[in-house]
Design a protein around this ligand. Structure first.
Ligand SMILES: Cc1ncc(COP(=O)(O)O)c(C=O)c1O
Length: 377
């Protein structure tokens, strides 16, 4: 399997690989250690061969590739004018936060991918945290959870589906309940679906929030990207998809003057990935599924760790509070494994492990964790 072949990322200024000390295995920030689809490299090389790197528009081919991908993957028909290209999904939800009125609030489910926790503050709006319970080993976001915690001032819900961290794949029933709730309270939904293509549960499927119904579409800003799917996050090309014209106009106005164009390599990479990346995606999902099962089994066997089995994403979220350590992330880092610290997700004592690496590296990291825990007993 070619994903077994290690690629040395040192010397590429990789955030993932340069963050920790040299001898720490980095299983944290959400990118994969795998080469992107070959068609992406070919497209970038070809474009680099033309020496004028001027302002660039998204091409017809890119719009068609995006529409085709979304239709194939999720059965959702997206019109060309609904699609706005933006340099990042984080940019997208920070723009969405600016649509909220001065006296209104933004609901942010927790634990949260850290940039969600600063979006309200960045927009100088109030944040209402919605604590998500774990039920049957699954982080749950549904109508009941929102009803119990969302305040009357709330006018925007920051949804993340599939959910990071935890990897929950929302069911049709859960999504319908969420949308009904938001409809009843006139709450906009910013639906971050960056992990939509990374469904690991073979029986599960991702449902774009806006594809549920007309009323869902009318209040939803969908954020998608090829970045996680095809491992090209450094290229910075994402989309906000908004079918409601008034909402789209408001979103565009909030972007005005502060959101830069997507760079030309981002457009090139996205086009090639969406057109040619299908077979690569299938293969990488098979590799990720096997890594997930392997890592989950080993983590579940480690005393003091309670991992959740992700239905989607390449990230395992685990409760490490039973270890009784001040900071489990620091503990494992000192023993050679770099994980994401749950404290940054508003969940101290939890950890997130990225298993999108070679099986050999994953095995070595899990061996180190096991050894560290045996030594701490
Ligand atoms: C849920 C979620 N949203 C957004 C991002 C980052 O998006 P971007 O790099 O396009 O800003 C990530 C990356 O890990 C993520 O997990």
């Amino acid at each position: 399997m070619h994903f077994d072949r290690p690629i040395d990322r040192k010397g590429t200024s990789s955030l993932k690989w340069d963050w920790f000390k040299e001898d720490v295995l980095p299983l944290w920030v959400a990118d994969m250690d795998f080469a992107a689809p070959e068609a992406v490299t070919t497209a970038l090389t070809r474009r680099a061969g033309h020496p004028v790197y001027g302002y660039t528009l998204p091409s017809d081919a890119l719009y068609e590739a995006v529409q085709g991908h979304i239709k194939r993957q999720f059965g959702w028909t997206v019109e060309r004018e609904w699609v706005l290209f933006i340099p990042g999904v984080v940019t997208g939800f920070n723009v969405a936060a600016r649509l909220v009125g001065e006296t209104e609030a933004i609901a942010v489910p927790t634990p949260a991918y850290p940039p969600f926790l600063s979006a309200a503050k960045n927009a100088r709006r109030q944040m209402v945290k919605v604590h998500l319970p774990v039920e049957d080993g699954r982080l749950v976001i549904n109508r009941e959870v929102l009803e119990a915690q969302v305040t009357p001032e709330t006018k925007l819900l920051m949804l993340c589906t599939p959910y990071n961290p935890g990897g929950t794949l929302l069911t049709q029933e859960e999504l319908t309940g969420l949308v009904d709730f938001c409809e009843a309270r006139d709450i906009l939904i910013c639906s971050d679906e960056i992990h939509a293509d990374l469904v690991l549960d073979e029986k599960g499927k991702h449902i774009p929030t806006a594809s549920l119904s007309e009323k869902a579409a009318a209040r939803t800003i969908t954020l998608m990207a090829p970045s996680k799917t095809f491992n090209i996050p450094g290229l910075g090309c994402s989309m906000a998809i908004i079918s409601d014209e008034k909402l789209r106009t408001r979103f565009k106005a909030a972007m005005e003057g502060i959101v830069p164009h997507v760079n030309l390599m981002g457009y090139e990479g996205a086009t090639a990935a969406y057109i040619h990346g299908g077979p690569w995606l299938k293969e990488v999902l098979a590799y990720l599924r096997a890594n997930r099962d392997y890592a989950f089994e080993r983590l579940a066997a480690m005393k003091g760790l309670t991992p959740l089995l992700p239905e989607a994403t390449y990230l395992i979220w685990m409760d490490a509070r039973d270890l009784g350590l001040d900071n489990p992330a620091t503990f494992f880092e000192e023993h050679g494994v770099g994980l994401s610290d749950g404290a940054y997700f508003d969940a101290p004592g939890w950890l997130r492990l990225n298993f999108a690496c070679t099986r050999a590296l994953l095995k070595e990291a899990l061996d180190r964790m096991e050894k560290a825990l045996a030594g701490a007993e």
